[in-house]
Design a protein around this ligand. Structure first.
Ligand code: KG4
Ligand code: ZN
Length: 332
């Protein structure tokens, strides 16, 4: 088996992880999230500069935690896309430099394959087939998976407009809650009634694509109409219920339609309490095994990229060429 260093820089997290034989042995993470807060979203140039500053210290910290050095590595893996172009390029440049200096093969990794593979670090290998729901600030994707190292990933559906996490962030702004909005809405919703307002469930019964912009407008209209008298907890809980209802229905439907008995949920939104609860209930009723890794593996990190690298090495996959380019809108 293999020892692989993984580097992730597709957005605002600089993630480095070292995986040995499918086990996480060292990790380090730096985030430029605070620097983006006053702009209300990630600014690519700020993210790229932060990656440049954080990459080498994160690699050193991951090695320290793992208690090994570069001599023990078999390969270097790096996110090649999708993501912010300038941010991806900083990680690719670092990974190529390390691979060249240490004379190790380089593996470009698809960011979404990384998200799914993160779960294997905690729950072991995935079954032969599974469905994955990836819900974060950047993506809302429903995927049909086979062997991560060998089979192509089948894209079942995606958001037509805002990503699920982005919707949480925008609703938080409307409600005057802190950025990033997901955790703030999640907290506010605990004191609210999820049935207080019947917000729209877009695209139910219309395949596996999602749409959250209509829901966002409905929340904005509700808040405007009620003026200062609206209840933040009720709006937060009712909005959250609409998102969770659509996500879990479509994910479980996809499992049923494809005869799959395992659902993996990853991405920052997988930390949401209501999503975890409803997904567990609906998977239980449908006889589907639900796998959600712990929050530090749900959000962007380097270990998930190292995990895919380990699977590729074990499968004997050919390394990537050294002219591997960043692919900001990488297809699956
Ligand atoms: O995976 P992630 O850390 O970064 C990427 O976007 O790739 O996901 C961050 C997103 C943010 O939009 C954040 O608001 C959302 O995940 N999020 C949550 C929760 N925690 C984080 N959304 C809903 N409920 C949460 N508890
Ligand atoms: Zn991500």
């Amino acid at each position: 088996m293999a020892v692989v260093l993984g580097i992730e820089t597709s957005c605002d997290e600089t993630g480095v992880g070292i995986v040995a034989d499918g086990r996480l042995i060292g990790a380090a993470l730096a985030s430029s999230m605070d620097e983006h807060a006053r702009y209300g979203g990630v600014v690519p140039e700020i993210a790229a500069r932060a990656h440049l500053e954080s990459l080498v210290p994160c690699v050193e910290a991951a090695f320290r935690q793992a208690g090994i050095g570069p001599a023990e590595l078999d390969a270097v893996a790096v996110t090649s896309g999708p993501g912010l172009a300038t941010a991806l390029q900083t990680g690719l440049a670092a990974a190529k430099a390390y691979a060249l200096a240490w004379d190790r093969p380089l593996y470009g990794v698809h960011h979404l394959a990384g998200h799914v593979a993160a779960d294997t670090l905690e729950h072991g290998p995935l079954p032969r087939r599974s469905v994955a729901l990836i819900v974060s600030g950047g993506h809302t994707s429903l995927l049909l998976l086979g062997d991560l190292a060998r089979d192509p990933i089948v894209h079942l559906g995606d958001t037509r407009d805002d990503a699920a996490g982005e919707a949480f962030d925008k609703i938080a702004r409307i409600l005057g809650l802190a950025y990033p909005g997901g955790p703030a809405v999640d907290r506010a919703a605990r004191d609210g009634d999820p049935r207080a307002i019947d917000f729209p469930r877009a695209m139910l019964g219309a395949g596996y694509d999602f749409s959250f912009s209509g829901l966002k407008s409905a929340v904005a209209r509700h808040v405007e109409r009620d003026g200062p008298g609206f209840s933040v907890p009720d709006v937060a809980a009712s909005f959250q219920e609409a998102v969770v209802d659509v996500l879990t229905r479509k994910a479980v439907d996809a499992c049923r339609a494809h005869g799959v008995d395992t659902l993996v949920i990853v991405g920052g939104v997988a930390a949401n309490h209501r999503l975890r609860r409803v997904a567990a209930e609906r998977c239980g009723a449908a006889g589907v095994t639900l796998r959600i890794p712990s929050p530090r593996l749900c959000t962007d990190n380097g270990a998930m990229i190292a995990a895919v690298g380990g699977l590729l090495v074990a499968a004997g996959a050919p390394p990537s060429p050294f002219d591997l380019a960043a692919d900001p809108s990488a297809p699956l």
